[in-house]
Design a protein around this ligand. Structure first.
Ligand code: MN
Ligand code: MN
Length: 303
């Protein structure tokens, strides 16, 4: 259970997310640099008094998750694309997490609608005593009704202080074995159905690149530079995910790049590979963070 100060921080964090969700449709346009979307939104989070809980993710078409702009990124939003902007805010370590899907071509709209409706139905069913596998069934049923398919190996997640993936998962399919794990009062969860086409494989696979990392352990860095970079990571991001470009505030680009390689090799940090739909079909996503009450849940991140 969170105390009232923790709940205030969650609420403050969620209010920032709710305000910024409304800005997303206006900032995702054909030709817009992804780097500008990431840095612009991260700056807006700070302007409102929060901190980014993780780097802003810009997922285009079959890129489902974990793409953030690397330093000097030249990627721009393609014409007629499907774009997911996934972002989170933390206030004192209390994280709220959300995602908005923007369709730059009307043919993608059913995917986004299915994700939104699956999320709304999941939220309606989300209360203490309900099995998380039941939420998966609700999500899957909703998406299937649209003639579409959920991504089976991406899930929502329980949130604790400075811990975005705190054990319990929220599946998007009923078949995933949850061992009867139930929702409990006072817990905070991010619920996030991902939707693809019926003909798709319906699963994500690791891409070859990673631009997001997380601190793992303080010992093992070999060079003086990587020790300094690791200390910077621990001080500034704690155990929350960070972007390689965030190191540029403290270090020249080449120093940061070499240090990240050394720190991964020595298991001081871990990398999150970009996640891509296995059959390269488009993916939509809808996400809110909720607080579980006595007999329902409250959306922390807007409507
Ligand atoms: Mn998210
Ligand atoms: Mn999430």
């Amino acid at each position: 259970m969170f105390d009232s100060q923790a709940l205030d921080s969650f609420k403050k964090s969620g209010d920032i997310v709710a305000r910024l969700r409304k800005e997303v449709p206006g900032i995702v346009k054909y030709g817009k640099p992804a780097l500008q979307i990431c840095e612009g939104l991260e700056q807006r989070i700070r302007d409102f008094g929060g901190k980014p809980a993780f780097p802003v993710n810009v997922g285009i078409n079959d890129v489902a998750a974990h793409y953030t702009s690397p330093p000097g990124d030249t990627l721009t939003i393609p014409a007629a694309s499907l774009v997911k902007v996934d972002f989170g805010v933390h206030v004192d370590g209390y994280v709220t997490d959300t995602s908005v899907t923007i369709c730059l071509d009307p043919r993608f709209e059913p995917l986004a609608q299915a994700a939104d409706e699956a999320l709304q139905n999941a939220i309606r069913a989300f209360k203490p005593g309900v099995k998380l596998s039941e939420i998966g069934r609700v999500v899957q049923t909703t998406i299937t009704r649209f003639g579409l398919r959920p991504i089976s190996n991406l899930t929502g997640h329980k949130i604790e202080r400075y811990n975005i993936h705190a054990g319990k998962s929220v599946p998007s399919v009923s078949a995933v074995g949850m061992n009867g794990t139930k929702i409990e009062e006072g817990e905070v969860f991010a619920i996030e159905p991902f939707v693809t086409l019926a003909k798709a494989q319906g699963a994500v696979t690791n891409g070859s690149s990673a631009y997001i990392y997380r601190f793992v352990r303080p010992k093992g860095a070999t060079s003086e530079d990587s020790k300094k970079v690791l200390a910077f990571i621990q001080t500034n991001f704690s155990t929350l995910p960070f972007a390689s470009r965030w190191l540029e505030k403290g270090f020249p680009r080449e120093v940061g790049k070499r240090a990240l390689q050394d720190l991964i090799r020595n298991k001081c940090i871990s990398a999150y590979p970009v996640l891509i739909e296995a059959s390269n079909n488009p993916v939509a996503q809808s996400e809110h963070t909720v607080l579980v009450n006595h007999d329902s849940c409250t959306i922390l991140t807007g409507q």
